[in-house]
Every structure is written in C-alpha cells, then in structure tokens.
Design a binder for this molecule. Structure first.
Ligand code: GCO
Ligand code: MG
Length: 406
C-alpha cells in the first residue's frame, strides 16, 4: 500500500520548445511524472491541471490508476476534447510512473512484460528540393533508421507542412510569437508534385527502406483516393492523415480506391474518435499518443480494439510529445502485440538534459530501459532556466485567401 498523494504541481519549461509536465508526490516520497503538452495551447492544459485537476488528486491513493482515470473522465461532465484528455493523460502517466517506482519495475513489466525485444522507429527526412531530400534520407539511414518519412517542397508555394525552405535546419512546426504565422496552401500543386518525389525517393533508396509520407489533413476524400493510388508504385509503409478525420466515413471512399496503407489519429483524444475507422478496417495504423488520448490506460483499450481488426498501433512522436510521454509510449510499444512503429522525430539537446531518460535509440529501434517506472526524470533546476515562451502552430489559407486545414 502506497501513501497518498500529497502534492500535484505543473512544471512549464521551454528547452527548445514548450512542455507541460505534471509532477505528483506521495507522502512516502515517491515522485511520478506525466506530460500534458498540447502544442500552442500549453497554458490551457497547465491551467486545467493546476486549477481543476490538482485539487482532486490530493489525498488519493496513487495505486488506483483505473479508478482515478474513470473519476477524471466520467467526473468531468464536459468530457473529452484535447485539453481535458491531455490532463487525464498526464495524471495517468504519473500514476503508472509511481506504480512502477513502488514496484521497482519498469512500466512495461506492469503491462504484461515485453512481447518483443525492441520497438521499431521511424524518423523524418525533409528538404525543399529533391537532391537535398535524397541526401537527408541517406543521412537518416546512416543514423540507423530503417523507416523514414519523406517530405519535400512544392513548386509555386512558399511554405509546405513538414519542410523548412532553408536547407539543413531541422523542422519544428511551432513558431515563437504571440500569434500564429499564416501560410498559403494549394492542394492541386501538391498533388501534381508529390507522386514524382516519392517515386524518386523509392528509386534512390531501393526496396528495403520503409518510406512514409504525411499529407497532414489537407485532402478531400476524392483527392486522397487519387493520391493513394498514385503512390502505390512507391510502396509506402503508410500515407498519413489524408483527410481531416472528424468524418470517419470519409475514409470509406479512400479505402475503396487504394491499397496504400493508411495511418490516422495523432489529433484523436479518445476511442470514440477512431472506433469506426478501426471496426470498419478503414485504416492500417492508429496514431493516438499517450499524451493526448488518455494516457497508457486508454491507449491500451484503443489498441486492444484495434488488434481485433488487424489495425496496428503507431503512436505519434514528434518533438511536441515530451520525453516523458515518449518514454511511456515506448513502454507501451514493447508490451503491445499489435504495435507497428513508433515515430521518433528526436529532441533538442537541451530537452534531453532537462528530461534525463532511460529510453534509448540504437540501430533503428527504441527501448524503454530498465529503470523503475517510466524511467524519465525532470531536472527542475535546469527546467526553470527555460521559461515558457508563447509559440503557435501556423494556420493556412488557400491561394484565394480562404481558410483551410494546416
Ligand atoms: C507528425 C505530426 C506533427 C504535427 C505536430 C503538431 O506526424 O509528426 O503531423 O508534425 O504537425 O505534432 O503539433
Ligand atoms: Mg502527422
């Protein structure tokens, strides 16, 4: 029996980018960490935790993870949504961290133990022009990756999701400033260009490397169907977020027209967002993240449902999923039978220092490590040196000036 929770604090820090971390402490001195980072809405997530959730946690038995999850989920009359579910996720992760530390075991052992030796990862390669993109893919391969997401510029456009125009620098979508940058977007120009780019990448790398591509929610079902079909010769591991999937039925049309594997789900925050996609087998990979879809506890429900339909788990893992929840995701990957692949965009060197972690990457694969709990700590003194800075994801308008999905 563990002592009760005596403190719940929110740590806001910006080592390279903003992160919202929940810290729970028990009376007997055990600390658990969770992540509630919502890119561009960090203060809302921090306030939800601080003002509406932290007071409910004081005095609770940290061993009761499922009961606490149900209390926070069902107890919020205004349930679901990204902010609420990020807060639920953070509490869930911190409680699993505490349970692992109390048991003296890494969390994956509490989830049933390893069902594989290591967790396959993919990373990003991007460049505006094709020759530089091919170099970037080669460089990621030289880093050991066996799966690479390729994104390029589009002639006629100034900005494209996933790519910085200036060669070299890594891609970070959120920009510092008090208001979002407005980008302009033309789906037709993108559709004319991208099949040739991915065909050239496939020709360059040969058959073995797994190639992925992210359309970032920008197509109509018909455009998505055409793109999936046009990309079939490039033999993609997946084509991601073809449509804004609020309308799950839209994927029926896409599915009827292409055998390119489809991945969706990074913005989903509960099983209800993906239940039809899964049960109708409209996708191949579900991309929910432990930080945004209710933590380890709810991801396990989503992945168990997905397993019935041969849909694989492929959690979101860009730099805005903090090293705390990234580690949690790797514990889930190691212990989930229908796990497919983990996105690993990598972190700024400072983020590795602020969040020292037991998880590691080698030879294309991740491992959560053997430290008790999640195996990720927070250097609070260092974290305090990098205060929150306002930063927003861009917004997008079409060439005629009307708003569209970024
Ligand atoms: C991905 C994503 C990210 C998102 C980002 C938004 O597949 O990794 O699409 O790049 O755009 O997480 O905050
Ligand atoms: Mg994506």
């Amino acid at each position: 029996m563990t002592d009760r929770i005596i403190a719940a604090e929110v740590i806001l820090t910006s080592p390279g980018r903003n992160y919202v971390t929940l810290k729970l402490q028990t009376a007997d001195g055990v600390t658990g960490y969770g992540d509630a980072t919502v890119n561009g809405r960090e203060l809302a997530a921090a306030s939800y935790l601080r003002d509406h959730v932290a007071p409910l946690l004081i005095g609770l038995d940290p061993a009761r993870i499922e009961d606490t999850w149900q209390y926070l989920y069902r107890g919020a009359y205004w349930r679901r949504g990204p902010i609420t579910m990020a807060a639920v996720s953070a509490v869930d992760l911190a409680l699993w961290d505490i349970k692992g530390k109390v048991a003296g075991m890494p969390v994956y052992q509490l989830l049933g133990g390893a069902v594989r030796d290591r967790v396959l990862a993919y990373t990003h390669a991007s460049a505006w022009e094709l020759p530089e993109l091919l170099d970037a893919v080669d460089a990621r391969r030289a880093d050991g990756f066996r799966a690479v997401r390729a994104q390029s510029g589009v002639p006629g456009l100034e900005t494209v999701y996933g790519v910085h125009r200036d060669a070299g620098g890594g891609y970070e979508p959120a920009k510092r400033g008090a208001v979002p940058v407005t980008e302009s977007w033309d789906t037709d120009a993108y559709l004319r260009h991208v099949p040739a780019v991915l065909a050239a990448v496939r020709e360059h790398v040969g058959p073995d490397l797994a190639l992925l591509h992210d359309a970032h929610h920008r197509l109509t079902p018909q455009q998505a169907a055409r793109l999936g079909k046009a990309l079939e010769p490039a033999d993609l591991f997946w084509l991601e977020d073809v449509t804004p999937a609020e309308n799950q039925e839209a994927l029926r049309l896409v599915r009827q027209h292409t055998t390119t594997p489809l991945a969706i789900g990074e913005v989903f925050n509960s099983i209800f967002d993906c239940k039809d996609l899964i049960t109708e087998q409209l996708i191949d990979y579900v991309r929910v993240a432990v930080a945004h879809a209710g933590g380890i506890s709810h991801l396990r429900s989503i992945f168990a449902l997905a397993d019935l339909y041969q849909v694989k788990a492929a959690p979101h893992g860009p730099s805005d999923v903090s090293p705390v929840s990234f580690g949690a995701s790797v514990h889930v990957g190691l212990s989930t039978i229908n796990f497919g692949i983990q996105e690993y965009m990598g972190y700024d060197a400072l983020a590795h220092e602020v969040f020292p972690h037991a998880w590691s990457f080698a030879d294309g694969y991740l491992h959560p490590g053997e430290a008790p709990g999640l195996g990720v700590e927070v250097d609070e003194t260092l974290a305090a040196k990098f205060p929150y800075e306002p930063a927003y994801l861009p917004v997008a308008r079409r060439l005629d000036g009307s708003m569209t999905d970024w």
